[in-house]
Write a protein that binds this ligand. Structure first.
Ligand code: 13P
Length: 248
């Protein structure tokens, strides 16, 4: 079964609203590829102008985070309903930077995944090992733990539509990409984990991205792997190179 590739930029804490609108305009002619889904995951304050700026194009907008509660006294947080109302389709959940710097744990991330799905958003659920874990030989054990904990009480039908991003922490922002073999091996392992938790049809449907120093030079080889269904791109999503990645 053919899975449509999904190539998403994760802008992280970059781009003021006016810079964001400029970047969208610059990228617009470069990211035209209807064969793939193109997503810009942008800082919360950029969501409204970026949704407006991508109107009529093939680009959809994602958020970088959200909170799981419906509404109320959660100063500084953004709800799923707010994202949906603003025109957001995707939301990154459990990026390693959120897990590390903001101490988001798997119990919290499970609540966020469930709330995103219930609200009609597509979670881009991130997982990935540290260099220490890779060197200890526990990469797949760790990733299975993350996936299983983050998907507690999520049904097969729901999992089919989510996106999972495998991002080895040691490859993020370091210029040190996982080798194609390393990336494919873990993405395959994630698919096997989903098949075990649910069934083969669910595993065959779920889209699994690779993230970590994806650039114009390595995207084509990574995306050619049987279990890699696109990429989650940090640094290179902020420049014209993103067009080359999308049209790999
Ligand atoms: P880089 O592409 O900058 O390594 O970042 C990857 C990432 O964290 C995407 O979410």
């Amino acid at each position: 079964m053919a899975r449509k590739k999904i190539i998403a930029g994760n802008w992280k804490m970059n781009m003021t609203p006016s810079e964001a609108v400029k970047l969208v305009a610059e990228l617009e002619p470069l990211v035209k590829n209807d064969a793939v889904d193109v997503v810009y995951c942008v800082p919360a304050i950029d969501i409204v102008p970026v949704v407006e700026a991508v109107k009529g194009s093939n680009v959809q907008v994602g958020a970088e985070n959200m909170y799981f509660e419906e509404s109320g006294a959660y100063t500084g947080e953004i709800s799923a309903a707010m994202l949906v109302d603003a025109g957001v389709k995707y939301v990154i959940i459990g990026h390693s930077e959120r897990r590390d710097y903001f101490k988001e744990d798997d119990a919290l991330l499970n609540k966020k995944v469930k709330k995103a799905i219930a609200s009609g958003l597509t979670p881009i659920l991130c997982c990935g090992e540290s260099l220490e874990q890779r060197e200890m030989g526990v990469t797949m054990d760790w990733i299975r733990f993350q996936i299983k904990s983050d998907l507690v009480d999520v049904t097969a039908d729901q999992v089919k539509d989510i996106v999972i991003a495998y991002e080895p922490i040691w490859a993020i922002g370091t210029g040190k990409t996982a080798t194609t073999e390393q990336a494919e091996e873990v993405c395959k392992g994630i698919r096997e984990c989903i098949a075990q938790m649910y069934d083969q049809a669910t595993a065959d449907a779920v889209r699994i991205q690779y993230g970590g120093s994806v650039n114009a030079g390595n995207a084509a080889e990574l995306f050619a792997q049987p279990n890699i269904d696109g990429g989650l791109v940090g640094g290179a999503s902020l420049k014209a190179d993103f067009g080359k990645i999308v049209c790999y």
